[in-house]
Design a protein around this ligand. Structure first.
Ligand SMILES: Cc1cc2nc3c(=O)[nH]c(=O)nc-3n(C[C@H](O)[C@H](O)[C@H](O)COP(=O)(O)OP(=O)(O)OC[C@H]3O[C@@H](n4cnc5c(N)ncnc54)[C@H](O)[C@@H]3O)c2cc1C
Length: 484
């Protein structure tokens, strides 16, 4: 992976320009490369992997928040196995929720939940749940927001205790401004829902069947998916160019003809026959030359993202927790989730040491985003020490902060109409396909992102797949257990 400038000067004609070297762009490039289609991947960062990259520091390996691999799509699984081979390990999943200064098993176990919530709250939740169900027999309420949807499914008390705090921490807006569709898609399969229900209303066999207790993971971190894909793309004679930002997408009529690329050495143009874009949809629209119509640009500007910060701590202890994820629902603690990479794979930290990754869901430019790195580290270590009691300040060898813009597309009330306008505009270009997570403005996991890339490649090779159908199947979400 070079970013060398040798070839660019003569603006060679490539068949396909892929924007972004995350799982989506690289899956497209991998399929194209396997089929000898000339492809150049343009990545503005200095490593591959996008949001699912693994950052290496002093022998410690950090994902940007714990990423497990999960899919129901055989072709995606085959690709995953093909590129990772014996790097794949199986990880037992064990998670907890921290709420009201107590740890709840995740998924909740009846006794643990009852003891944790207290009998009074449990009775209130049950009564409220019953009342909602009875009310629903007579009149179906209008369901617009996430709050409506959850309260209607489980009662307002349960919503208040187990959904509101964490969801609002995650999204940064009130639950009554989050689209009910998101809840229907994600929470329907979210184990918290299944778990709470199972805890309060245990099924006959007492086991939450839809939860996945183990998951696949590359032993050197999730970024190995993209690193392996990129290596194979280059082995096939195609290029993955790092530190190359696509600044403009130049079109004539309904076809993209070239990309304008900014690199450390200046700006150059790359002629293309086909484009696969995994850059943020809103930025793609803004980069179109000639410019997109004003109403499309305005629609794109109204689509927002939630951003993410990870605070990565290197720790002088062999182990800190025995968990894969810990969800911090407590609103008085700013961080939202932590994971200990060693519990995913022992090779994520040097022998005898461990590490922790704390995730802060925030808005770029907001108070948390703008905090100094030193203050963020201080806040994190303080909470881990005094509130969560995982470590002492002196256990921390070193720490660093990563800021990740546009980690989550926001399904805010009313987002569908502007999104449709933007999608219709992009759809008008015969040789431009959008893939991935922020590339399509869809809450895609890695497997969905990879699938969109794979389908885009197949479309270029003459097949006819509708990429917008990826990640609409309900069955997938019913099997999901973690709100990535
Ligand atoms: C905290 C968190 C946890 C997650 N956990 C899981 C999980 O457990 N399991 C799971 O399956 N999924 C998980 N996901 C989702 C997963 O990260 C994404 O689905 C996946 O990374 C998206 O891949 P992508 O290729 O679409 O985008 P990205 O990974 O974002 O890659 C896009 C690339 O495009 C580049 N780019 C952007 N603009 C330009 C430009 N103008 N020019 C050139 N390059 C550009 C970026 O630098 C980036 O490298 C999680 C996401 C988050 C935020």
């Amino acid at each position: 992976m070079g970013g060398e400038m040798g070839d660019e000067a003569s603006t060679p004609r490539v068949q396909v320009g892929v924007i972004g070297a995350g799982p989506a762009g690289l899956s497209a490039a991998y399929i194209l490369s396997k089929n000898d289609v000339g492809t150049v991947v343009l990545e503005m960062g200095d490593q591959v992997g996008g949001i699912s990259r693994t950052v290496v520091r002093d022998g410690f390996r950090f994902d940007l928040g714990g990423h497990r691999f999960f899919t129901k799509d055989q072709e995606v699984e085959d690709l995953f196995r093909e590129v990772l081979g014996d790097e794949i390990i199986w990880v037992d999943r064990s998670s907890k929720i921290f709420y009201h200064d107590k740890y709840f098993d995740y998924p909740l176990k009846p006794a643990n939940a009852l003891l944790g919530m207290g009998i009074g709250t449990t009775i209130k939740c049950l009564a409220d749940y019953g009342a909602v169900k009875v009310k629903n027999l007579y009149r179906k309420p209008e369901i617009v927001s996430l709050e409506d949807w959850v309260s209607n499914e489980f009662g307002h008390e349960l919503f208040r205790h187990f959904f509101k705090a964490y969801t609002e921490k995650g999204w940064g807006i009130d639950c009554n401004r989050i689209c009910a569709e998101w809840a229907a898609q994600r929470i329907k399969g979210l184990s918290l829902r299944v778990a709470v229900k199972d805890a309060l209303f245990p099924s006959k066999n007492g086991k939450v069947k839809t939860l996945i207790d183990r998951f696949m993971y590359p032993r050197l971190g999730i970024g190995r998916i993209s690193e392996n894909l990129a290596e194979r793309v280059e082995e096939r004679g195609n290029q993955v160019r790092l530190r190359q930002r696509v600044a403009a997408v130049n079109h004539e009529g309904d076809r993209v003809v070239s990309l304008t690329i900014q690199s450390g050495d200046g700006e150059y143009e790359l002629a293309v026959d086909e484009v696969v874009s995994s850059m943020p949809l809103t930025e793609l629209v803004a980069a179109m030359r000639p410019a997109a119509p004003d109403d499309v640009l305005e629609a794109a500007r109204s689509l927002r993202y939630r951003d993410l910060i990870t605070v990565n701590l290197m720790i002088d202890k062999p182990r800190v927790t025995d968990q894969t994820w810990i969800y911090i629902h407590d609103p008085s603690i700013t961080l939202g989730r932590i994971h200990e990479p060693r519990n995913w794979s022992p090779e994520m930290a040097p022998p005898g040491k461990s590490s922790l990754v704390a995730e802060y869901f925030c808005f770029a430019g907001g108070e948390v985003w703008n905090m100094d790195d030193a203050d963020l580290i201080d806040l994190t270590v303080g909470d881990l020490d005094r509130r969560l009691h995982f470590l002492r300040r002196e256990d921390v060898i070193d720490a660093f902060v990563v800021r990740i813009p546009k980690a989550y597309p926001m399904y805010e009330l009313g987002y569908e109409r502007p999104l449709k306008k933007v999608l219709d505009y992009v759809d008008g270009f015969g040789n431009l396909q959008i893939v991935g997570r922020y590339g399509t403005y869809k809450y895609n996991n890695m497997d969905h992102s990879m699938k969109t890339g794979m389908l885009a490649a197949l479309n270029i090779m003459g097949e006819d797949h509708d990429i917008s159908r990826v990640n609409v199947e309900q069955e997938y979400h019913e099997e999901k257990s973690v709100d990535e």
